[in-house]
Structure formats: structure tokens, C-alpha cells
Design a binder for this molecule. Structure first.
Ligand code: UDP
Ligand code: MG
Length: 315
């Protein structure tokens, strides 16, 4: 039997007033039950609720829960996004193990039992992987699929269908928080930490209350961030394309010259052959500059060493 350990559960919440009155009691009862289980060495737990700058009653609800059930509440000064809200919660987690879970309970809480068992068997990381996605829309399922495919293509080491439902030991958490970059891409960094890792499969449920807080804009920004913080593949692709175009145009110039000298000696106005390549190359150059700009922008943000989140209150 493993020696007793404590658990912190980090829950990012953004405008979740419709979910919290259900989620918190359910999770609280579930975790309390785990503590009393004979087959687990869990000694105690704490919920860390992070309000990611909600504009509804989320923070009032969190404050009430901290009084009722002794959870910890963290209010961020504005909306920093899911990933940073989670990091804010993780930065105050000091238990032996930490689990992160969304506040809509789309992820099956029963998988936490398997995660704890994996930890007791020596795993430092237990990653929740979606076996199925409930009634997620066709759009959501396919954008997710495309996203994981793209990440793989770009050489980022991610675990397909693993989002942010996972267990980390305090050791793994320390290693994670030692990464000081501002754009911390958790789904890429965590699998790359090494350590003994278990994969826990579960069926993802549909969202019962409220709308998804991941707008298309937030999803796109997560995808771009994932690619650019993990791989220079787009840059290499651009460089290769540039060289190829350059060599081809040299060949073309050579060919035109030969034709002019040895085949037809009449001068052709050649408007199309001048203007079209110019336009084409111009477009290509702008495209390349856009991609390079993405990286430059990233460097710009990194060198500033801005904090990833600012905590307003702790209760
Ligand atoms: N969330 C957050 N900040 C945001 C967006 C989302 O803290 O800017 C939280 C949200 O409250 C939820 C979790 O992140 O607990 C996942 O969001 P959601 O369920 O909307 O994403 P989906 O399951 O649709 O991918
Ligand atoms: Mg959700």
C-alpha cells in the first residue's frame, strides 16, 4: 500500500455560474468518498477554484463555496484564458498530487480513481485521453482532429485526444513550473517532461449547462501557439520553398537567355512573363514574412517576461 498523500484539484472557471452549483458539490462528495476508500491511500483533498475574470456570478459562487466547504478560490484580474487560469491554480497547488479538470465536468471524474491508482503504482503523470467525445458538435470533433494531426505533422510531441484533464505529482509540477516562458503550451510541455507516465482512457460527456467558453478565436490562438511554441517546421518549410523558387527562377532565366540567343532573335514585349512572376513572388514573400513575423512576435513577447497571470485575491 502506498503511503498517504494529499490531493489538490485545480478547476478553471470562466462564466460558469450555470455549472458551478452542480459541479462543486458533485466533485466535493466524490473526492470525500475517495478519501474514505480502503483501496486508495488518499489522505485529504482541496479544490482550487480559479475565476478567470468572469463577468457573471462565478466569483460570488466561488467565495460562497470557500466558506461552505473550505475550498481555495483564486480570482484573476481579467480573462487570461483557460491555459493561464490553470497555471494560476497550479502555482498555488502544494499537495503531493494535483489533478486539473474543467468546471463543466465533461471529463469523467471516475477516471480520477484510475489516475490516483496509477500514481500509487509510481506514475508521476497520468494523462486523461478521450476515447469518445459525447455529443460534441461535428465542427468541434473535426477541428480537434485536424488540430492534433497538424501538431503531429509539425513535430510537437503531443498525446492525441489528451487535453487538460490530468494528474501530476508535485515533482512533475515543479518541473513544469520551472519553464518560465510566457507562452507555456501545456499539452506539449507536459508529455515532454519525461517521468513515468500513464494514459487513462475515458469517455467525454457533452456539456450539460452553458455554452462552450472556447470560442473559435480561442481555439485558433491555442493551435497557432501550439505550433509556433513547439516547432520551427513552418520556418523550415518557408526556407525550403524560398530556395526552390529561387533555383527555379534561375533555371527559367537561363532558359529564356538561351532561347533569346539561339532560337528566336525577335524581341517579345513579354508583359505577362514580367508582371505575373512579380505578383506571384510578391505574394509569396508576404506569406513568408507573415510566418516569420509569427515567430518574431513570439520572441517579442518572451523577452518581456510578462507574468502569465496576476492573482487578484486568495480566499
Ligand atoms: N475556461 C477558462 N477561461 C477561458 C475559457 C475557458 O478558464 O477563457 C475554462 C472553462 O470555464 C472550462 C474550461 O476552461 O472550465 C474548458 O472550457 P470549455 O468547457 O468551454 O471548453 P471545451 O470543453 O468546449 O473545449
Ligand atoms: Mg467543456
Amino acid at each position: 500500500m502506498a503511503s498517504p498523500y494529499s490531493l489538490d484539484v485545480v478547476i478553471p472557471c470562466y462564466n460558469e455560474e450555470e455549472n458551478l452549483p452542480h459541479t462543486i458539490p458533485v466533485l466535493n462528495d466524490f473526492l470525500a468518498n475517495l478519501v474514505s476508500r480502503e483501496d486508495l491511500a488518499l489522505a485529504g483533498f482541496r479544490m482550487i477554484l480559479v475565476d478567470d475574470g468572469s463577468s457573471d456570478r462565478t466569483w460570488q459562487q466561488i467565495e460562497d463555496f470557500t466558506k461552505e466547504i473550505g475550498a481555495t478560490g483564486l480570482k484573476l484580474s481579467r480573462n487570461y484564458g483557460h491555459q493561464n487560469a490553470m497555471l494560476a491554480g497550479l502555482s498555488v497547488a502544494d499537495a503531493d498530487v494535483v489533478v486539473t479538470i474543467d468546471s463543466d465536468l465533461q471529463d469523467d471524474i471516475n477516471a480520477i480513481v484510475e489516475m490516483l491508482k496509477a500514481h500509487e503504482a509510481g506514475a508521476e503523470l497520468a494523462l486523461g485521453v478521450r476515447r469518445s467525445r459525447g455529443r460534441d458538435s461535428f465542427f468541434k470533433k473535426n477541428t480537434a482532429k485536424g488540430y492534433y494531426g497538424l501538431m503531429k505533422l509539425m513535430g510537437a510531441q503531443i498525446v492525441p485526444d489528451h487535453a487538460d484533464f490530468r494528474l501530476m505529482s508535485q515533482k512533475a509540477l515543479k518541473a513544469l513550473l520551472a519553464h518560465e516562458e510566457t507562452n507555456l503550451f501545456l499539452r506539449g510541455i507536459i508529455p515532454s517532461l519525461g517521468f513515468k507516465t500513464e494514459v487513462i482512457r475515458y469517455d467525454r460527456q457533452s456539456r450539460e449547462h452553458g455554452e462552450t467558453k472556447y470560442t473559435l478565436r480561442k481555439m485558433l490562438s491555442l493551435a497557432v501557439n501550439g505550433v509556433t511554441s513547439f516547432s520551427a517546421a513552418p520556418l523550415r518549410f518557408v526556407a525550403g520553398l524560398g530556395i526552390t523558387v529561387f533555383l527555379l527562377s534561375m533555371l527559367l532565366a537561363f532558359w529564356f537567355l538561351m532561347e533569346r540567343l539561339f532560337v528566336s532573335k525577335s524581341t517579345v514585349p513579354g508583359w505577362a512573363s514580367t508582371v505575373l512572376p512579380m505578383l506571384w513572388l510578391g505574394g509569396l514573400q508576404i506569406f513568408c514574412m507573415g510566418i516569420i513575423g509569427e515567430y518574431v512576435g513570439k520572441i517579442y513577447l518572451e523577452v518581456k517576461r510578462r507574468p502569465r497571470f496576476i492573482v487578484d485575491k486568495v480566499v
